[in-house]
Design a protein around this ligand. Structure first.
Ligand SMILES: NC(=O)C1=CN([C@@H]2O[C@H](COP(=O)(O)OP(=O)(O)OC[C@H]3O[C@@H](n4cnc5c(N)ncnc54)[C@H](O)[C@@H]3O)[C@@H](O)[C@H]2O)[C@@H](O)CC1
Ligand SMILES: [K+]
Length: 500
């Protein structure tokens, strides 16, 4: 994920909402040019902080207001004694409005403005002011070629507002997109800075509110919120008189022949996240190993749906799917669970069986698909899911009347009403076996401790990603069960067990 600041605001906007917000600020009396001037100052400040010794900058400018920001930044750098050039993609004479004023100001400051060409020599920090939130459709030539030149240069890159070519709505590269070391973004955070392919393009992220009136900002409708301290629900402190019956009984159902580890990981995760009681319904053959590893779990061998149903009716929360398989055993257990009215987390093969039409979704479900499972559930392909992850998450939530966690970098939590939360934590060291099983158990434990499905899923995703981030910093080879102590620690920092 981008190297994010701790103090980023929670709301995330799509491109249309950001444009609306800009227009409201302008209508309330701050001119567009004044906003552009503040944007240029913010970008220039961030550039100097990151590369104080560079002394030279090459600004790639397009033809809209994003270019205007770049021209004003060039003027600031020129006046500070840096070597500056603007490479204009498209005819700079055709700039209009504020962007034309900005171009004139750069000229007056003595900035050299040259037409861009593939052979242009590049110098110092590259400032990407080609395309901002006004990008529409796939990047056209010669912009695409200029972006490829930036990416091939090996020079440091600062992106103004958003890396050019990245969709502000989906975080997908529309053909090609700049890979920046630093992105400075203005007024409101764009959803596309955090999801899709964004983590590989944004670099470190700096936010500047351009001194926008907070009342106007607060009045702007928002599409999504970031998961952050203050933005995720807390578990209540425990009374000193607490007993295990207060914190729910989670039953994990899974672990067909040869697949026992996944269900055990989920059950252990539920235990380590504070569920009062955790049972495991699995194949007989897996029970001795489960008992040996975790005697605190009530590990039961079930060979028929009837046996499983007896356990299910005694539990408060079900976690169904890890290692469930798609054979008769798994199908019968899932069918037994589907009709029960209690919170249920469905993962892995439970989702594959749901996609295959073997069962219907449970009434109070939290579904936790990775992009492949989401594609199967939507009857599309992974490319289509990843091309618009927020839309895919909401579509799934609506289709199944459930809370949905769409996993992968920039995990999303959606509900059927269209509420969306995005997690901008995580680490590529988490790309491995068992991490999904741990997440499913964690959601189960939080449901058992009284959180509503959307809150439980959001807190679980956030804790899981932050734990992975902490441990991933040590490098490759992270095992999913390594997360347990870190999750415990983070949960205690967030929701202390005892009252203050
Ligand atoms: N008043 C405002 O609205 C403010 C805007 N700001 C900046 O302005 C940006 C938005 O400006 P604009 O709305 O003018 O849009 P942009 O400057 O992002 O892009 C518009 C330009 O890109 C071209 N373009 C669009 N799609 C293209 C494609 N697929 N291939 C090639 N060219 C394409 C258009 O023809 C147009 O020339 C923000 O990202 C931000 O950097 C800031 O200055 C702050 C204030
Ligand atoms: K840009």
């Amino acid at each position: 994920m981008p190297d994010i600041q701790e103090n980023l605001p929670l709301p995330l906007y799509n491109a249309a909402q950001v444009r609306e917000l800009d227009a409201r600020l302008i209508a309330a009396g701050t001119s567009g040019f004044e906003l552009m001037r503040r944007a240029a100052h913010a970008a220039w400040r961030a550039l100097r902080r990151r590369w104080p010794e560079a002394g030279a900058a090459t600004v790639f400018a397009g033809r809209g207001n994003n270019a205007g920001d770049g021209y004003l930044l060039a003027a600031l750098a020129q006046r500070a004694g840096w070597r500056v050039r603007v490479l204009a993609v498209g005819d700079p004479q055709q700039l209009q409005g504020d962007a034309a004023l900005a171009r004139d100001e750069a000229r007056q400051a003595g900035v050299a403005i040259e037409p861009w060409s593939e052979c242009a020599a590049l110098d110092g920090v590259l400032v990407d002011a080609l395309l901002g939130t006004g990008l529409g459709g796939s990047v056209r030539e010669p912009y695409a070629q200029a972006i490829r030149q930036i990416n091939a240069s090996g020079l440091p890159v600062l992106a103004v507002d958003i890396p050019s070519g990245l969709s502000a709505d989906t975080g997908c590269a529309l053909g090609v997109a700049v890979r920046a070391g630093l992105t400075v973004t203005f007024i409101g955070l764009k959803l596309g800075l955090f999801t899709g392919e964004a983590p590989d393009h944004v670099g470190a992220l700096v936010f500047d509110d351009l001194a926008a009136d907070p009342y106007i900002v607060a009045a702007q409708p928002v599409s999504t919120r970031r998961l952050a301290v203050g933005g995720v629900a807390c578990l209540a402190p425990r009374p000193r008189t607490a007993h295990k019956g207060h914190f729910g009984h989670v039953l994990v159902v899974g672990g067909d022949l040869g697949l026992g580890g996944a269900a055990l990981l989920s059950a252990e995760s539920a235990l380590r996240a504070g569920a009062g009681l955790v049972s495991l319904a699995t194949r007989d053959v897996h029970v001795p190993a489960a008992l040996a590893r975790r005697p605190e779990l009530m590990s039961r061998g079930v060979e028929s749906a009837n046996q499983a149903l007896a356990l299910m009716t005694g539990a408060d929360v079900l976690v169904v799917g890890p290692g469930l398989g798609q054979e008769a055993w798994g199908r019968s257990l899932l069918s037994a669970a589907a009709g029960l009215d209690r919170p249920q987390v469905w993962d892995a093969d439970a989702l594959n069986l749901l996609a295959a039409g073997a069962v219907g979704a449970p009434a109070r479900g939290v579904l936790t698909p990775h992009p492949g499972e989401a594609a199967r559930l939507l009857g599309s392909d992974i490319g289509a899911v990843q091309a618009d992850r927020p839309a895919a998450a909401v579509a799934l939530a609506r289709r199944h009347g459930a809370v949905v966690v769409l996993k992968g970098a920039g995990s999303l939590v959606a509900d059927p009403q269209g509420r969306l939360a995005l997690c901008d934590h995580g680490h590529p060291a988490m790309a491995g076996a068992g991490f999904g099983d741990v997440l499913a158990g964690l959601v189960g434990a939080l449901l058992a401790q009284g959180l509503e499905p959307f809150e439980a899923a959001s807190l679980a995703v956030w804790l899981h990603a932050r734990a992975g981030e902490r441990l991933g910093a040590q490098g490759r080879g992270l095992a999913a069960s390594d997360l347990f102590p870190a999750i415990r620690q983070l949960l205690e920092e967030h929701s202390p067990c005892l009252p203050n």
